[in-house]
Design a binder for this molecule. Structure first.
Ligand SMILES: Cc1cc2nc3c(=O)[nH]c(=O)nc-3n(C[C@H](O)[C@H](O)[C@H](O)COP(=O)(O)OP(=O)(O)OC[C@H]3O[C@@H](n4cnc5c(N)ncnc54)[C@H](O)[C@@H]3O)c2cc1C
Length: 384
């Protein structure tokens, strides 16, 4: 049996972020993943400025493009271009981003990676956790992190959390050479029920997709995606179309185990308004790492430390869910607000400054109504 301080299941953004900080603090860590990297993960690869601020290293080598502009539409009808003077989002290809982050993590001492076919069982004792893989390998550790995405096996096997619902997104790509005009970074709200369609230009292709926060009320299909791109881009073929759930609902995750913690989509940490998950995946991975580091240093309960560290992520997820409920319910009104001064401008400046939705909302609803109070930060150190 192999023995570690921390076993992390999943080498995506949440798992890699946790492993990086733990290894740096001297913990012996192993990342287990059922896929060999580089691996495909359905994702539009939009890394917002607030997410860029979380990386411990520059991800410049895998940034395909950045955008200071966001086109917002209502259905496939009217659109409005919002801009600011610094990037609000970096556009990456997830296969490249995750491979890059995993490589950076594995360059640290104390951290290794192993391919597994899946998990058979997890046994929690007073002082240790043992994970048995489907091919009967055993990994013993002090702490286990479930960073294994929206379909988390760690979550299911430990019963730590049952999300009330997940969001769903469908994505594909269109090479530039098939397009007459290259679109701007676009969100068309209401193209699908309680969701939107997106167009993310990435240097040589456009990533297109549909998102709904209520897949229990509506199914999104390849046909709908084709209709959307036909309306916006005048083409009807999308390559590599793939759908996947997005783990939301983490605001209701109440950790109970002293030794097993869920991070990223496994813990439902994506926000429900836009389905953005990379930011909270990294932030929750780092929160788990800091909790374990603090618990070891001060002989404090890891569970209590994790609850405290994860609170800001959950709080923001809850705010996003509340905003999402109202935003999609009265979409014509929401769109009118978003596309007009000062709300759109303030939101853009807030995104460029790397603020979370909670922070943006605070600036908008406090007396700081002048959007200029939100000075966009420079992305230079993250992109170069
Ligand atoms: C179509 C789509 C578009 C999206 N676009 C964006 C976007 O533009 N920006 C954004 O911020 N978010 C986006 N998201 C959300 C984002 O992809 C996720 O929130 C993010 O990937 C979560 O990271 P994670 O590390 O928690 O999990 P993941 O990235 O899902 O990584 C989980 C890892 O665990 C591994 N794994 C799974 N099960 C097991 C197992 N049993 N044993 C071992 N390993 C296992 C997987 O192979 C994988 O490597 C999108 C999601 C979808 C579906």
């Amino acid at each position: 049996m192999s023995s570690y301080d921390v076993v992390i299941v999943g080498g995506g953004p949440s798992g890699a972020a946790a492993a990086y900080d733990l290894a740096e603090a001297g913990f012996r860590v192993i990342i287990l993943d059922k896929k060999e990297f580089p691996r495909f993960k359905p994702c539009a690869g939009g890394v917002t400025t607030k997410a860029l601020h979380l990386f411990r290293y520059s991800i410049a080598p895998v940034i395909r493009a950045t955008t200071n502009t966001m086109v917002v539409g209502h259905g496939t009808g009217k659109q409005k271009t919002l801009s600011t003077n610094a990037p609000i989002c970096a556009l990456t290809v997830r296969t490249e981003l995750d491979q890059f982050c995993l490589e950076k993590t594995l360059q640290q001492q104390n951290v290794t990676f192993e391919l597994i076919p899946g998990i058979k069982s997890i046994h929690q004792e007073k002082d240790t956790v043992t994970l048995i893989t489907k091919d009967d390998r055993s990994f013993e550790c002090l702490y286990l992190l479930g960073a294994d995405g929206a379909h988390s096996q760690v979550r299911k096997l430990t019963g730590e959390f049952t999300p009330d619902r997940t969001a769903v997104a469908l994505e594909g790509i269109i090479p530039y050479d098939r397009l007459k005009n290259i679109p701007e970074f676009t969100f068309d709200f209401g193209v699908v029920h309680k969701g939107y369609g997106w167009l993310f230009p990435k240097h040589d292709h456009v990533n297109v997709g549909l998102y709904t926060r209520r897949p229990d009320e509506v199914k999104i299909s390849k046909t709908q995606l084709n209709q959307y791109v036909q309306a916006r881009l005048g083409v009807d073929t999308v390559d590599h179309v793939c759908g996947f759930p997005i783990g939301t609902g983490g605001e209701y995750y109440q950790p109970t185990s002293e030794r097993v913690f869920l991070v990223g989509d496994a813990g439902g940490m994506s926000e429900a308004l836009l389905g953005e998950g990379i930011h909270n995946a990294i932030k929750s991975g780092q929160a788990a790492a800091s909790a374990l580091i603090n618990a070891k240093r001060s002989n404090f309960s890891a569970l209590e430390a994790y609850k405290e560290a994860i609170y800001p992520v959950m709080h923001d997820a809850l705010n996003c869910r509340k905003v999402a409920r109202v935003f999609y319910k009265v979409l014509p009104v929401s769109y009118a607000f978003l596309s007009r001064y000062p709300v759109g401008t303030m939101a853009m400046n807030g995104f460029a400054a790397g603020l979370t939705l909670t922070e943006c909302k605070h600036h908008m609803t406090s007396f700081k109504i002048d959007p200029k109070v939100l000075e966009p930060s420079s992305l230079t150190e993250y992109c170069n």
